[in-house]
Design a protein around this ligand. Structure first.
Ligand SMILES: [Zn+2]
Length: 243
């Protein structure tokens, strides 16, 4: 069976599970999990990443980019039309972000990265929903990214709403319900209740990614993936690592 970055190729995986597009999250798996899949022929798999980036190096790149951003020394890398044409045939994002949809938290800007560098999933409250997990599985198992960063931020409106615990219209409440369990897990007291809850929510969503995805858990177990948390301070622009 052909493999990409050590994993089953995208087209292969879609053949295995009998679906098209990105609808692989709920049922995608590896050959070792679906018996007999090793025999399936693969014609059009992407080439393996010639320069795979491990989690440690990926985190260093993110941190360096954030330091450039926060010190107003951005380099705006990989943002030309020429670079787009370079990455147009295939993508190998070196890191994957599950970040809040907040307008002040655009990953490529705050990490000073460009086209093809980051696979970014954004949803209010950086909630590890099923659809978010499916996207993260695609970024890691198929595209070969070896680092997922769950990125929360200061004064997150979704987390604030979860703390207030008031009735919300439409489907906003659905997001809040996915944050509330984190509030019972607040461990630290910084004097800023929202910040404490944001950190607890980051940790909770990291935990959910490990627990709710067979694919991500397998990659972590095999040393092919790390899932970490980070806090983005929208007052300073700085990122800090969350254990
Ligand atoms: Zn937010």
């Amino acid at each position: 069976m052909s493999k990409i970055n050590g994993f089953v190729g995208r087209r292969d995986l879609l053949k295995l599970v009998g679906v098209g597009g990105l609808g692989i999250g709920a049922i995608a798996t590896f050959g070792s999990i679906i018996p007999g899949t090793e025999q399936i022929a693969i014609a059009d798999a992407n080439p393996a990443n010639p320069n795979p980036v491990n989690a440690s190096e990926a985190w260093k790149r993110l941190l360096a980019g954030n330091q450039r951003f926060a010190s107003q020394k951005r380099q705006y890398p990989h943002q030309s039309l020429e670079h787009l044409q370079l990455v147009a045939p295939t993508q190998y994002p070196f890191a994957t972000i599950l970040g809040c949809a907040d307008s002040r938290v655009p990953a490529e800007i705050i990490f000073d990265q460009g086209l093809g560098d980051l696979f970014v999933v954004r949803v209010a409250g950086n909630v590890a929903s099923d659809t978010a997990i499916g996207s993260l599985e695609y970024a890691t198992a198929i595209l070969g990214s070896q680092l997922i960063v769950v990125l929360g931020h200061r004064r997150c409106g979704a987390v604030t709403a979860a703390i207030k615990n008031e009735p919300l219209p439409g489907r906003i409440g659905f997001i809040i319900e996915n944050i509330k369990p984190a509030l019972a897990k607040v461990k630290i007291g910084t004097g800023d209740a929202v910040k404490d809850a944001v950190i607890a929510n980051i940790q909770y969503q990291v935990e959910k990614l490990h627990q709710n995805s067979v694919i991500l858990a397998k990659l972590v177990r095999e040393g092919q993936l790390k899932i970490v948390g980070a806090f983005y301070d929208i007052d300073t622009g700085k990122i800090s690592f969350i254990k």
